[in-house]
Design a protein. Structure first.
Length: 403
């Protein structure tokens, strides 16, 4: 017997959040806290998600960045933005790659990363922070995995709620946020503000009708769920065909059950890649106009690095080609891991256990920091104190010695 057809609308209705979950998220210390623009930013919590079953200390400073300790009182020249690999989920505050890098350079590196963010949400965070007094001369925008498509979701919670443990509300996130999506009338990618910009309105997510009304025509959510064969009825086929027309993706079939998942995944990637190209150009324009330097970083240990070890071309090649063709300063950690893996007589799973527990473990963040450090040192002018010219005769300890 074939699996029964699954309704998209019914799936969305079931994504309504329990009030007691939001009560915890809104009123107690939790991993994330509400943000009117970005949906959420880092809070203060100790999830049990670290090495050897340990709790990890995850806290935020008054400026919204993750707590830093290494040379925190020194002037900061580097701000980092991105996802959970930027935030360094699953390690404690002092075990992030930013802290390892800061300890080596002798100057702080701010961490504005946040788990679950896409490229667009990280970019919006960057624009907001870089226009404040804690903006920096050097800005890093970090991408991984499905960050491309996260940029386009109106609400990421709806795609992962069936399998995510909110820990009663302490790990809740993925609520509505600012996003980018295609205007099907004009054929232009547009930026959308968060539809829930007031804290008290977050409780509207407990209403199934509200969820349906605001997500019934979210094409990226539909493509994601179709591609994973989670739903296969009552989707906006007319809208998907129009999107395919705009993105010049011919001969996709959204009616044939045999071709539905493949067509959806192809269009999903094209949609996500188009949004990413626009976001990166905006990020380059913004940093240039502000007199700042921009570096892009990419790591996807599961969707890119693993296939590369088997000789399979990376699925996001068109984004990487775009980055290189447009002259971005760029660091690809996938290539670093590929070169490193070939030095070992280990299975791929054994190699992954050295560095990953889902995200990087502390050893992985250390490896990442020291893989990146030469690029950072060459990027900074003047050089960090630990890379001063050899003929320098003055040991500059001001600001380093304890009072």
């Amino acid at each position: 017997m074939k699996n029964p057809k699954k309704s998209y609308i019914e799936y969305v209705r079931r994504s309504a959040v329990k009030k007691e979950v939001l009560d915890i998220f809104m009123n107690e210390n939790s991993w994330a806290e509400f943000d009117p623009e970005l949906g959420y930013i880092l809070g203060n919590y100790m999830p049990r998600d670290g090495i050897d079953g340990s709790f990890t200390i995850s806290t935020a400073m008054p400026d919204g960045s993750r707590t830093r300790q290494a040379y925190a009182g020194r002037p900061c020249r580097i701000n980092t933005y991105g996802n959970s690999f930027t935030q360094c989920h699953q390690v404690s505050d002092a075990e992030t790659w930013q802290e390892y890098l800061a300890g080596h350079l002798g100057e702080p590196v701010r961490n504005f990363g946040m788990g679950g963010f896409g490229v667009y949400q990280a970019y919006r965070r960057m624009v907001r922070e870089e226009l404040t007094s804690h903006g920096a001369d050097h800005v890093i925008l970090y991408m991984w995995g499905d960050d491309y498509m996260r940029s386009v979701f109106r609400c990421r919670y709806v795609v992962f709620y069936p399998f995510w443990d909110n820990d009663g509300g302490y790990l809740f996130h993925g609520n509505f946020w600012s996003n980018m999506e295609m205007d099907l009338t004009t054929g232009i990618l547009v930026e959308k503000d968060n539809i829930i910009s007031r804290r008290e309105d977050l409780y509207r997510m407990t209403d199934p009708d509200f969820m349906v009304e605001n997500l019934k025509d979210d094409l990226m959510v539909q493509l994601h769920l179709l591609g994973r064969e989670i739903v296969n009825t009552d989707v906006n086929v007319k809208g998907l065909k129009r999107l395919a027309e705009i993105l010049e993706v011919p001969e996709l079939d959204f009616t044939s059950p045999e071709k539905l998942a493949g067509s959806s995944n192809e269009l999903k990637n094209k949609y996500a890649f188009a949004a990413t190209r626009k976001i990166l150009l905006e990020a380059a324009e913004f940093t240039h106009n502000q007199g700042k330097k921009l570096m892009l970083i990419h790591l996807d240990p599961y969707g890119v690095f693993r296939p590369l070890t088997a000789g399979i071309p990376r699925y996001d090649r068109e984004v990487i080609d775009f980055i290189r063709e447009n002259g971005f300063v760029y660091f690809d950690m996938n290539e670093v891991h590929l070169e490193d893996f070939r030095k070992f007589n280990l299975s791929l799973d054994e190699y992954m256990e050295r560095y990953f527990i889902g995200h990087y473990n502390p050893a992985g963040n250390h490896f990442f920091a020291y893989s990146l450090k030469d690029r950072i040192v060459n990027w900074l002018d003047p050089k960090p104190i630990t890379y001063m010219p050899k003929d320098s005769r003055i040991i500059q300890f001001e600001g380093y010695l304890q009072k």
